[in-house]
Design a protein around this ligand. Structure first.
Ligand SMILES: [Mg+2]
Length: 203
């Protein structure tokens, strides 16, 4: 039975905005994932790189725009009494800026300040505890392969919001959608599966 849905933020609830090429330009090297680069760097370089990343993240959060249909979709989930959570590799500060700007509220939030970043499953295990929902009953929704890898490693069902060619063949999501509003159809799918088995669920 589906009880809770975990959403990625950048690119899933909001349109992707962080200009990672500009972050690299300011860092002064092609570094790939900034969090991985920072992790492997000296304390001084880590602090410098994270300072640059946080500056760009905050700018992107202030300028953020919601993906079409996000507000309606969250209202739908609330009516269905499904619990919702936010899981992001961003800082908690940028999460707060985005939520405040768009008047959104999540009871459960895990940022990189709270747990290891995706694709590590730790942040989902933490959310599972916070929400008091077993990972079998959670759905992880995101627009990047790390969201799917994280969900799979933690044992949740996964949904890929596909508008980029990001997912490699070895990480196949349970569901794919082109628009965040289509979450509604996935919920209906779960409800139908439940009905078909006379109250027992197939999932
Ligand atoms: Mg994303």
């Amino acid at each position: 039975m589906l009880q809770g849905i975990i959403f990625d933020m950048d690119g899933t609830l909001t349109k992707p905005k962080v200009d990672f090429a500009a972050v690299e330009r300011d860092i002064g090297a092609k570094v790939g994932f900034i969090l991985d680069y920072a992790e492997q760097s000296s304390p001084e370089e880590r602090a410098r790189a994270m300072g640059i990343l946080e500056r760009f993240e905050e700018q992107a959060a202030m300028e953020s725009e919601l993906n079409e249909g996000v507000t309606e979709m969250l209202e739908f989930l609330q009516k269905k009494q499904l619990r919702t959570a936010l899981l992001t590799r961003n800082s908690r500060k940028s999460v707060d800026t985005v939520l405040k700007k768009h008047n959104l509220h999540f009871e459960f939030i895990v940022s990189r300040d709270d747990a290891k970043p995706k694709p590590d499953p730790d942040p989902i295990f933490l959310l599972s505890k916070m929400m008091n929902i077993h990972t079998d009953h959670l759905l992880m929704v995101g627009d990047y392969k790390y969201d799917i890898m994280c969900g799979k490693a933690a044992g949740t069902r996964t949904v890929l919001l596909r508008y980029k060619e990001y997912v490699e063949t070895e990480v196949i999501p349970d569901f794919e959608i082109d628009c965040i509003k289509d979450i509604v159809h996935i919920i209906e799918h779960f409800e139908k599966a439940k009905l078909n088995t006379h109250g027992k669920t197939n999932f």
